[in-house]
Design a protein around this ligand. Structure first.
Ligand code: SF4
Length: 395
């Protein structure tokens, strides 16, 4: 395996001839290969914003299913700002990283209260909204407001690292600064399309160029086995020339996962299920779930275990476990979680709960914004849980 030398103190950016050639080749390729996506073609800053927030850490294939549905229900900042937080989360359910939805809702309220319901048009004001960083502000500014703003996200970080054959971690200080410079210098100097377009529903050259960079990164310069033979800029790519494309960007240290055991309880009373809502500041804030907590002991879960006492504190109910229902394995951030789901019943009501709770009819569970495992459990209620309960009555 070829060893890559460490970063020199000064890493050269391409010259003007390279840049001109790169722009031409990229735009010619994009004219033929641009992806068709629901948010492509819009210059409405609100719509661009929704798409960019949804696309953070989520694939385009997943976002496609959510974007139109979300915009249909919340077509402008006012409608989003006036909506109940739990409804916004319900429309976000399954996309993950729910903090994004909470910040989106907050930002919409700021747009209404501080910007008269109009999405701000300057980079600094966009950047000041909750949940918007340098990349998102740049994307909105270039796509919606025709401003010459560079962008740098996962696809373009990889693409620029390879074009420059930058060997070190591109997210560290020096690499990050270098790649932002690269993203800026490759952008066209002036927007040839803008004069013709004005503010109509056409993308300008800056937005086209930024989208072309992202498409090349996600379709050709992919993380594993980039398609260099079919890449329009292969002759300009330092990594390809040096045979280093599979080693760049430098891999981050693999995340170490921690195993964790948790339990969730399905508690039914008079045809209703006990549900709890996660408060601010904890995982899944604002979402509903079946009462759930970490299990620290391997002993059987009786009503006096730490687990049941924690459930009692959260919900105000003293409970006892009746029987196992199912096991779900999933990951959240650095945790690999084994979630054991049990049928349980209430022994006593203490009345005071730390979390907001509600008894919900089975048919109304669909209206609650649930986390993914909560939704999985609801799908079992029709079948397994009823048969379990029938079995339980035999004891
Ligand atoms: S030549 Fe290969 S490594 Fe270089 S930009 Fe194209 S696909 Fe990426």
């Amino acid at each position: 395996m070829t060893k890559i030398s460490s970063t020199p103190t000064v890493f050269s950016l391409p010259n003007s001839k390279w840049i001109k050639d790169f722009r031409q080749k990229l735009l010619a390729w994009y004219a033929e290969h641009a992806r068709t996506l629901p948010w492509r073609g819009t210059t409405d800053p609100y719509e661009v914003w929704i798409s960019e927030i949804m696309l953070q850490q989520t694939t385009t294939a997943t976002v496609e299913g959510y974007y139109c549905r979300f915009l249909k229900r919340f077509p402008n900042p006012q409608m989003l700002a006036e909506a109940d937080n739990s409804e916004v989360l319900r429309y976000w359910e399954g996309l993950g990283y729910y903090r994004r939805a909470v910040q989106l809702h907050r930002a919409a309220q700021i747009i209404v209260s501080e910007h008269h319901g109009q999405f701000p048009s300057t980079y600094d004001k966009i950047l000041a909204l909750p949940g918007i960083g340098r990349y998102t502000a740049g994307a909105i500014s270039s796509i919606a407001y025709h401003q010459r703003m560079p962008i740098l996200e996962a696809n373009t970080i990889r693409l620029h690292s390879r074009l420059l054959a930058y060997p070190d971690d591109p997210t560290k200080s020096y690499g990050n600064k270098l790649l932002w410079q690269m993203a800026e210098i490759v952008l066209p100097e002036q927007d040839n399309n803008a004069q013709n377009n004005g503010n109509n529903k056409q993308n300008t050259q800056y937005s086209v160029f930024n989208q072309a960079l992202m498409d090349l990164g996600s379709m050709v310069c992919v993380p594993k086995s980039p398609d260099c033979p079919n890449c329009p800029v292969v002759k300009l790519c330092q990594a390809a020339q040096k045979g280093l494309q599979d080693m760049i960007p430098a891999l981050k240290k693999e995340q170490e996962f921690e195993e964790r055991s948790e339990a969730a309880l399905v508690i039914e009373k008079n045809g209703k299920y006990l549900m709890m809502r996660y408060p601010e500041g904890v995982r899944w804030a604002g979402l509903w779930d079946f009462p759930r907590h970490v299990v620290l002991s391997e002993q059987p879960l009786n009503y006096d275990t730490d687990f049941c006492l924690a459930i009692q504190q959260m919900t105000g109910y003293k409970v006892t476990i009746l029987s196992p229902l199912t096991t779900i394995r999933h990951s959240v951030t650095r945790f690999k979680i084994t979630l054991n789901v049990y049928v349980a019943e209430v022994l006593e009501n203490y009345g005071k709960s730390e979390y907001k709770i509600q008894w919900v009819k089975e048919k109304d569970l669909i209206k609650l914004a649930l986390n993914t495992t909560g939704r999985k459990i609801t799908k079992l209620l029709d079948t397994d849980q009823r048969s379990h309960q029938k079995t339980l009555k035999l004891f």
